[in-house]
Design a protein around this ligand. Structure first.
Ligand SMILES: C[S@@+](CC[C@H](N)C(=O)[O-])C[C@H]1O[C@@H](n2cnc3c(N)ncnc32)[C@H](O)[C@@H]1O
Length: 285
């Protein structure tokens, strides 16, 4: 079972479910009239349940089951779940395929980036059929490659994406700027940018005068988490016409861990997402 927990885990799923219900309500009339196929894609689908921090708490029902349970006003036509861990993928199979025998469900025990590429190819080859997709990208860390998002954008897809600003990007940006090649390449793949463009965004070079003459000192921006959220939002805007305000996930110490965005080429879709995130941010954003 996935372990993560926390109130924000539940909020994230509630936001997704609320949006999916609104999406299906709007799409119903078009899908029925024009014979569109509605596809749900979950790239980091988990085991079906999420265990809380506290052993006494009962597990939270995961997003996959919650989305499958939506029948009114309509359900999706196809559900595609990707989970890399074999044990979790097997548990997910039980929680989904066995509990929803009448729904068209596919589970892929592989890497999300690979599956996004094959999904993209699948959508391209289905000429004559119109697919509209809702995608949910919910990793713990920086596993999603920017290249994968680029392939998704070509299709009619709304994407909810959890961005590990505090938990991922900020942790790799070491205070002294001394970042290993492996971490730099992770940042590059994640942001779809070169290190030459990433580093000046987060670090300043200052000349300091010491006993021995001038020295160049590198200092990291104080608000690196907020800057990484802004950067990712800007990156999303380079692919999608509209990006929602994020739901900000904070831990018990009030530190920001993730930003949860929705990106779409549909203005109305992002307006709906903004109304939902505002509610869960307690009206602050
Ligand atoms: C935050 S959990 C998902 C929770 C799930 N969305 C839910 O609501 O129950 C992230 C999951 O992604 C899986 N994972 C990690 N790296 C992956 C990858 N590259 N491709 C697919 N799944 C991956 C992990 O095993 C983990 O189960």
């Amino acid at each position: 079972m996935n372990q993560f927990g926390g109130n924000w885990s539940e909020n994230k799923i509630e936001i997704l479910v609320e949006y999916a219900s609104a999406y299906l309500t709007i799409m119903k009339k078009y899908a029925d009239k024009y014979n569109w196929q509605l596809l749900y894609f979950d790239g980091f689908a988990g085991s079906g349940h999420i265990k809380g921090d506290n052993e006494k708490e009962s597990p939270i029902v995961g997003a996959a089951t919650r989305i499958l349970a939506i029948d009114e006003p309509r359900s999706f036509d196809i559900y595609y779940f990707v989970e890399k861990e074999k044990e979790f993928a097997d548990m997910l199979h039980k929680a989904t395929v066995e509990n929803f025998p009448n729904k068209k469900i596919f589970i892929a025990n592989t890497d999300c980036n690979e599956k996004i590429e094959s999904l993209s190819k699948f959508l391209m080859t289905k000429k004559g059929k119109v697919f509209k997709s809702l995608a949910y990208i919910d990793p713990y860390g920086m596993q999603l490659n920017w290249k994968s998002l680029e392939t998704l954008e070509k299709h009619s897809v709304d994407v909810w994406i959890l961005v590990p600003t505090g938990m991922g990007v900020n942790r790799l940006l070491k205070k002294d700027g001394n970042i290993s090649d492996a971490w730099l390449s992770r940042l590059e793949n994640f942001l779809g940018m070169t290190k030459e463009n990433i580093l000046p965004y987060f670090y300043q070079e200052k000349i300091v005068y010491t006993l021995f003459g001038e020295e160049t000192k590198i200092s990291k921006e104080n608000n690196a988490i907020e800057k990484s959220a802004q950067l990712y939002e800007d990156r999303l805007k380079s692919l999608f016409k509209f990006v929602s305000k994020p739901y900000i996930l904070k831990n018990k110490m009030n530190s920001v861990m993730f930003h949860f965005f929705m990106a779409s080429n549909n203005r109305q879709a992002v307006k709906i997402a903004n109304d939902i995130t505002k509610k869960y941010n307690n009206g602050t954003i």
